[in-house]
Design a protein around this ligand. Structure first.
Ligand code: BGC
Length: 334
């Protein structure tokens, strides 16, 4: 091959490689932005943050998103809200890896379990991308702050509410979002500790809903079949109470079953109104989202922020419904 042909041959290969890598790089950026819901109402933004929940279309997480978007508008933040369509840890972790590759300005996510989430949280921090945990903390990681419910305490108050709302031998089935999720473990533990002092309370079984209403109903039905003495339930994630209520109604056991749920999404509130669910532990999802973005903006502006930021949690009963401001539903609460 004459040398000029050789040269242009190499030049062609090199420019091919260059354009291919550039395409990959920009495709990754565009993929990150186009596939996600981006808040375009912030025309001139100072920061680009990503909020990664365990399930994007979950009613509870949509409220967190609403709060986060409101804060984003107030703080000049371009917010991406991205994560698994249905809860899936591998996809959740992949989304965090993508955020690391895209060098965003801050990541807000759950520390669902220390083993799987600490490495990626620490990787983001080492890359100079601050991480704030929301809803579920990973205190052993290098995350800068946690914003959310005190999950142990929220389980504990559920246990106390069950003690106050029942009399005589009470056999409790627990439906929990996921055995591996730190916040679910804390809620179950808090509940168990609160009822431990009373020998009339017996926990018949703990089953996992994998945060779907259908699994919650199936598991509640399983508990009722395998432990027919069960006359109370505690659901520790947002859709568990609804699933439990369906199973209990199906089994014709609504009149003699005490149900305490988690969160105040509209179906749960309906069941409370109808007297099928007796109480629910409420969180402040809107505030969690709002404070997460606010805190991340403060971090980016070099301010010192508190490490633990617990949002309000309390037990809600039917009698609270009429006097309850919208804020308690986690919606328009600001
Ligand atoms: C939890 C969230 C969870 C949701 C599932 C809520 O109670 O705080 O972490 O994703 O329930 O429905």
């Amino acid at each position: 091959m004459p040398s000029w042909t050789k040269l242009s041959y190499y030049a062609a290969i090199l420019s091919g490689i260059f354009f291919f890598s550039a395409a990959l790089y920009f495709a990754d950026k565009m993929f990150q932005l186009s596939r996600q819901e981006v808040d375009k109402s912030v025309p001139e933004y100072r920061h680009h943050f990503v909020l990664v929940p365990e399930e994007v279309d979950n009613d509870y997480w949509r409220l967190v998103e609403q709060g986060a978007r409101a804060a984003a508008r107030n703080h000049g933040v371009l917010l991406e809200y991205a994560g698994p369509k249905q809860a899936n840890v591998e996809e959740h972790l992949k989304r965090l890896e993508i955020s690391a590759a895209a060098s965003v300005d801050g990541v807000m996510t759950q520390g669902l379990n220390e083993n799987q989430f600490t490495p990626i949280i620490n990787k983001l921090m080492e890359k100079g991308i601050p991480v704030v945990t929301v809803d579920t903390d990973a205190p052993g990681s290098n995350r800068i702050a946690y914003i959310g419910t005190d999950n142990y305490y929220s389980g504990f108050i559920a246990g106390k509410a069950l003690l106050a709302g029942t009399a005589g031998p009470t056999y409790v089935g627990i439906i929990t979002g996921g055995f591996q999720s730190a916040h679910q473990q804390l809620r179950v533990q808090g509940f168990k500790d609160a009822v431990a002092e009373e020998s009339r309370i017996v926990i018949t079984a703990v089953e996992e809903s994998r945060i779907t209403r259908i699994n919650a109903a199936e598991m509640a039905n399983k508990i009722l079949t395998e432990h027919p003495e069960t006359n109370a339930f505690f659901g520790t994630s947002a859709l568990d109470g609804i699933g439990i209520a369906e199973a209990v109604l199906q089994a014709n056991r609504a009149l003699d079953t005490y149900i305490i749920a988690f969160d105040s999404i509209s179906e749960t509130v309906d069941y409370i109104q109808r007297g099928i669910i007796q109480a629910t532990v409420i969180q402040k999802p809107y505030d969690i989202g709002y404070k997460a973005v606010e805190t991340m903006a403060a971090i980016r502006e070099g301010k010192k922020v508190p490490e633990l930021n617990f949002t309000e949690t309390k037990v809600l009963y039917r009698e609270d419904l009429h006097s309850m401001p919208e804020a308690l539903f986690g919606g328009e609460g600001r």
